[in-house]
Design a protein around this ligand. Structure first.
Ligand code: SF4
Length: 447
C-alpha cells in the first residue's frame, strides 16, 4: 500500500522505505542510568526506534537527559515518548524527542477539548520537526466512539480516521497510525478497515503494526508473527513492534525477521506443502536453521490462511537445528502437534489452553511482571475457555485488557488488584497471595 513518508529523526517511515523494527523500554524513566543502558542494548540489537514512557511532566527532564546521553555516545536511534493521558506532558516533551505517541481520545472526556489539545500539540511538533503516532488500542476506545460503533474493529478505524482528519485539517502530515489489539482477528480486521478508509479518503499515512499484550515465549512470538505477517503480506505496515513480556531486547530479532521477510530479504525454510483433497488441511515439511526460525516461518506461512479460514488444519514435519546445531525431528515428542495447537490458538481457531493477555511492561510497571505472569501461567495452564490478563499497571492495565475474563493487575507497593471482567473484585492483595486468590476465584466461579 503506497503511503506518505514520515520523518522521525533520521529514520524514514513509509512504503518507499524498509520496514522499521522498534521496541520499548521497560525501565523506569526516572532511572536514567538503567534506561540509557537498555537503549544501548536495543540500538545494538538493531531497533530502528526506541519508545520510552513519559507518564508525567516530572519525567520530561529525564527524557531530555536520556536523549542527551545517548547522542553524546553517538547513538542516534530516534526516541519516541509514550504518552497516555496528559496533553501537557506531550507538549512539554515534544521538543526533546523525535516522535510522540498519543491516544488523543484519552486527553480529555469532552471531544472538543481533546481536539484543541491535539491542535496545540501539533503546533509544537511542527515547530520542532517532531513526528506523532496516533496509537489506539481495542481496550481503551472512548465512550463517544463505542456508543456509535460498539467496541469493534470498525470503531477503532473510525476513531483513528477522526484524529487523522484533524491532523490533516491542521496541516500536519508527519503522522503514523496504529490500532492494536491482543486478539489477532480484531487487530487484523481493524487495520484492514483503516487501510481501505484511508485509501478511499485519498490520504494514506504510514502504519505501525503490532499485536498488543501478546504474552511471552512461543505463544507471544506466534501470535505476533500471525497478526503482523498477515498485514505485511497485504502491504499494510511500515513499522512494527513485536510486544513480548520479556526483556524487550528479545523483541528485536523477531521484528527484524518479519521486516526482512516482507522486505524480500529472506524466505521461509519450508520445503514443500501438500493440501488435502478438500484443500482444508496442509501438511508442510520444513528444514529450519533453528527452533525460533521454524516458529517464525510457520506462523507467517499459515497464519493468514488460518485467520481467514482458507484452511482449517495444519501438520508440520521435517527438522530444525537445535541449540547445539543438531538436526532435530519436528515430530519428536509431540513438538509438531504442539506447534499446530499454538498456531491454531493464535489464529483463534481452536483453544487448547487459556488465552493469556500480558502486557510487555514499561516504565509504569511497579512489580516483577515477568515473574508474576509465569506464576499465573503455571497455576492456570490446565484451564480451558478462559481469558486471563496479567497487566503491569493499574493506570492503563484495566482499560487495556479488553475482553479478559480475569485480570491480575499490579498496583505497585507489592499489591495487586484482581478483576473479573472490567470489575475489580479484590483490591490491595499482597503480591505473595495474589496468584492463590486469583486461582480460588476462577475455581469458585467455574463451580
Ligand atoms: S498496561 Fe503495561 S505496557 Fe501498558 S502502560 Fe501499563 S505497564 Fe505499561
Amino acid at each position: 500500500m503506497e503511503t506518505l513518508s514520515v520523518k522521525v529523526g533520521d529514520v524514514m517511515i513509509g512504503s518507499r522505505f524498509p520496514i522499521v523494527p522498534q521496541t520499548m523500554c521497560n525501565t523506569h524513566t526516572s532511572d536514567v542510568e538503567a534506561t540509557v543502558g537498555q537503549c544501548r542494548r536495543m540500538a545494538a540489537a538493531g531497533s530502528g526506534l526506541i519508545r520510552i514512557t513519559c507518564p508525567g511532566l516530572q519525567d520530561v527532564p529525564h527524557m531530555k537527559e536520556i536523549r542527551d546521553r545517548l547522542r553524546a555516545e553517538g547513538i542516534t536511534t530516534p526516541l519516541v515518548a509514550d504518552i497516555h493521558f496528559s496533553s501537557e506532558t506531550a507538549i512539554a516533551v515534544a521538543p526533546y524527542v523525535e516522535k510522540v505517541r498519543i491516544n488523543p481520545g484519552n486527553f480529555a472526556k469532552e471531544h472538543e477539548k481533546a481536539c484543541s489539545q491535539l491542535s496545540r500539540l501539533l503546533e509544537v511538533c511542527k515547530e520542532n520537526g517532531t513526528a506523532i503516532r496516533i496509537g489506539l488500542n481495542h481496550g481503551s476506545l472512548g465512550e463517544r466512539i463505542t456508543s456509535l460503533y460498539g467496541n469493534t474493529p470498525l470503531a477503532m478505524a473510525e476513531a483513528a480516521m477522526e484524529w487523522l482528519r484533524l491532523c490533516d485539517g491542521n496541516g500536519f502530515d508527519n503522522v503514523v497510525v496504529s490500532l492494536k489489539s491482543s486478539n489477532t482477528l480484531v487487530m487484523v480486521e481493524a487495520y484492514r478497515i483503516l487501510a481501505s478508509k484511508m485509501k478511499e479518503w485519498g490520504k494514506v499515512y504510514p502504519v505501525h503494526v503490532g499485536v498488543t499484550e501478546a504474552g511471552n515465549g512461543d505463544s507471544g512470538r506466534i501470535k505476533s508473527c500471525v497478526g503482523i505477517s498477515t498485514l505485511l503480506e497485504e502491504g499494510i505496515g511500515n513499522t512494527i513492534r513485536v510486544s513480548l513480556t520479556e526483556d524487550p531486547v528479545n523483541e528485536i530479532p523477531v521484528a527484524k525477521y518479519l521486516a526482512d521477510r516482507y522486505d524480500g530479504k529472506i524466505t521461509s525454510s519450508i520445503v514443500s506443502k501438500q493440501y488435502s483433497e478438500d484443500g482444508k488441511k496442509v501438511i508442510a515439511t520444513y528444514e529450519a536453521p533453528s527452533r525460533e526460525r521454524l516458529i517464525e516461518d510457520l506462523s507467517c506461512d499459515f497464519g493468514k490462511a488460518l485467520l481467514d479460514r482458507t484452511i482449517d488444519e495444519v501438520e508440520f514435519r521435517g527438522s530444525y537445528l537445535d541449540e547445539k546445531g543438531e538436526k532435530t525431528d519436528i515430530a519428536a515428542e509431540g513438538f509438531g502437534e504442539y506447534l499446530a495447537d499454538e498456531l491454531l490458538q493464535a489464529c483463534r481457531r481452536r483453544f487448547y489452553k487459556p488465552e493469556y493477555i500480558a502486557c510487555p511492561g514499561c516504565g509504569r510497571t511497579m512489580y516483577d511482571l515477568q515473574e508474576a505472569f509465569e506464576a499465573v501461567k503455571k497455576r492456570t495452564s490446565h484451564l480451558k475457555d478462559v481469558v486471563i490478563a496479567v497487566m503491569g499497571c493499574i493506570v492503563n492495565g484495566p482499560g487495556e485488557m479488553a475482553d479478559a475474563d480475569w485480570g491480575y493487575v499490579g498496583e505497585g507497593g507489592h499489591k495487586v488488584s484482581i478483576y473479573k471482567g472490567k470489575t475489580p473484585v479484590l483490591r490491595h492483595v499482597p503480591d505473595t497471595e495474589a496468584v492463590d486468590r486469583l486461582v480460588e476465584l476462577i475455581d469458585a466461579d467455574s463451580k
